[in-house]
Design a protein around this ligand. Structure first.
Ligand code: B12
Ligand code: SF4
Length: 511
């Protein structure tokens, strides 16, 4: 097959989200586009919220590759249809977390799915197609083979990931002047990866499954080169470190921080970490000195029963102690909370947000419990999913039936918690405490959380219109009322049951 021109598309998210106000590609997209370019292909990359898709150009491709979030699946499906209407023979590949987990469903819409990391898999697929080789030999893919679905075994996790994503491959990336950013209320954020994997195994989290529990490191020289390249390219100071857990290997984190200090890098960094970071005060001091000022921490709850159920390996007492130590180093904490597990009640949710206020956590991000409608989904049984379409699975909308409150109640409680945390009273409190910066930022977050509240209000109405008969007068879920296949049958929008197993022969490892 002739393959020269490969196009990547990442459709825009349909609803307000964490980064609505950021110019911010998904990290894996320019990365994998660069790897493909370096493998000798003519590559273009469209990240729809950054620059418009030139469809005439897309139609000239030899292969089109989509990155899909669950929430962008409906749009992805439309786009594939648009391409196939004009060029039915165009090979379409989908990759990313959604495709990796829901691969049978995803395969209904494309020719081939790359599961998990694509660094090595995608170039191998393209080379195999180009040289008329055997796909069955490529690890980590699922594909159609004469009307049958075939899945090869998982590929071992990539050990080396030293490619610096070429951001100029993203069409329109450089067309964001300061004026345009201001007009569109956006700001540039740069992305950086220094490690992959997380050794923990929190039950709701996809990270260990997607990127493994073994911790893999990128070389410090390569990281520094990446930071300098990005700063030179766009002059932005703001960097989001996408590592699932930045401080697993403390000595190595210190080495990196020392190098950042030595190189006199002027930036503002934010990283994901856990409470164990507070055991090492030297590390905290270095983080502050290296200007990684904000720690994005999966606190999840201040209720020990919830923490236990989520397998967080942390307690509220430990969290309180760690947070005090972290704050004593002048670091900011963005606390992330997962709301609505089977141990949560309205009271536990309210007391968690009150604790966040009392402890003076600087910022919060609140997520309803989430997962994928799989047969063995860890926290949410498949028949409790509530997903009329994929677009709602974006971490903002309640898309399951909680045990101890109606879904609409959970959605309202999240909105209430945002309003309380970022409300005028808390803004004033921070300003009176002398933390003007935090106060001002909270005003911006208040606006942002208002957008989220506005975006979820229609969903609340929808939930209210359908949830009633599944709950008793105390808002306890009546599980017997749930049909085995769920309310929106498990066949839709796409579970393991959904790919129509009867229609396909699933083979692992070729024939
Ligand atoms: C870091 C991170 C963030 C950061 C930075 C995001 C960014 N722009 O890069 C922040 C905190 C800002 C964030 C925000 C959001 N995130 Co986020 N995020 C992650 C996290 C923890 C790591 C992603 C990452 O960088 N991985 C490292 C790179 C190397 O991996 P990768 O991007 O997956 O790419 C590799 C493969 O997937 C594959 N691949 C990717 N694309 C393609 C395309 C093709 C064609 C092929 C072949 C292969 C391929 O190859 C790549 C290289 O190996 C993941 C969870 C996880 N997977 O660990 C969630 C995750 C991706 N996020 C998720 C969500 C929902 C969001 C938000 C929508 C939340 C919200 N409501 O606001 C926003 C969306 C923002 C956006 N537009 O990017 C979900 C997606 C869930 C889903 N069902 O779709 C995830 C999976 C977490 C979860 N809840 O399960 N996120
Ligand atoms: S929530 Fe954080 S600590 Fe837990 S498995 Fe996921 S990345 Fe690791």
């Amino acid at each position: 097959m002739k393959i020269e021109k490969v196009t990547f598309i990442s459709p825009e998210l349909p609803y307000f989200n964490l980064v609505t106000h950021a110019v911010f590609p998904e990290y894996g997209v320019p990365l994998i586009a660069t790897i493909t370019r370096d493998a000798g292909y003519d590559v273009k990359c469209y990240v729809e919220h950054i620059g418009p898709i030139d469809w005439d150009d897309v139609m000239k491709s030899d292969v089109v590759c989509f990155h899909a979030f669950s929430s962008t699946m409906p749009k992805t499906i439309d786009y594939i249809k648009k391409i196939k209407d004009v060029k039915p023979e165009m090979p379409i590949i989908i990759g990313g977390t959604h495709a990796s987990v829901m691969w049978e469903d995803t395969l209904q819409y494309c020719d081939l799915v790359v599961r998990k990391e694509g660094d090595e898999t995608l170039p191998e697929v393209l080379d195999t197609w180009k040289n008329d080789g055997e796909l069955a030999k490529v690890l980590g893919i699922s594909y159609w083979d004469h009307g049958k679905v075939r899945s090869t075994p998982d590929r071992p996790f990539t050990q080396e990931f030293e490619t610096i994503p070429d951001l100029e491959l993203i069409q329109g990336y450089m067309n964001w002047s300061r004026w345009k950013l201001l007009r569109k209320l956006k700001m540039r954020w740069q992305l950086l990866q220094t490690s992959r994997g997380c050794p923990y195994d929190c039950s709701f989290c996809i990270a260990p499954r997607e990127l493994g529990r073994a911790y893999r490191l990128r070389s410090i020289d390569n990281i520094i080169e990446d930071i300098k390249y990005q700063q030179k390219l766009v002059g932005s100071k703001y960097f989001f470190i996408v590592d699932n857990h930045f401080t697993v290997n403390r000595q190595r984190t210190k080495d990196l921080l020392n190098r950042i200090i030595e190189e006199k890098i002027q930036w503002y960094g934010i990283c994901f970490t856990r409470m164990e970071v507070a055991r090492d005060e030297e590390l905290l001091a270095l983080m502050k000195k290296a200007q990684i000022n904000t720690l994005y921490m999966g606190l999840e709850s201040f209720d020990n029963n919830v923490l236990k159920l989520l397998n967080k390996a942390q307690t509220q007492e430990g969290l309180r102690k760690s947070l005090a130590t972290i704050k004593s180093h002048g670091l900011r904490v963005l606390g992330s909370f997962v709301m609505g597990s089977d141990e949560d009640t309205v009271d536990s949710l309210r007391s968690t947000i009150q604790s966040a206020i009392d402890i003076d956590i600087d910022y919060v991000a609140l997520f309803p419990l989430s997962g994928y409608p799989e047969l063995n989904s860890p926290n949410i049984k498949i028949n409790r999913f509530f997903l009329p379409s994929w677009d709602r699975l974006d971490g903002t909308f309640v898309m399951f039936l909680p045990k101890n409150m109606k879904p609409s109640t959970l959605q309202k409680e999240i909105n209430r918690a945002y309003k309380k945390f970022y409300g005028p009273k808390q803004v004033m409190r921070r300003i009176i405490q002398g933390d003007i910066m935090c106060g001002l930022k909270r005003i911006a977050y208040y606006y942002w959380s208002w957008e989220i509240r506005r975006s979820t209000s229609k969903w609340i109405k929808y939930l209210e219109s359908v949830e009633g008969k599944y709950y008793d007068e105390n808002e306890k879920l009546i599980e017997e009322m749930l049909p085995e296949e769920g309310i929106h049958p498990a066949k839709f929008p796409g579970s393991t049951l959904a790919a129509g197993l009867e229609r396909t022969a699933i083979t692992m490892g070729g024939d």
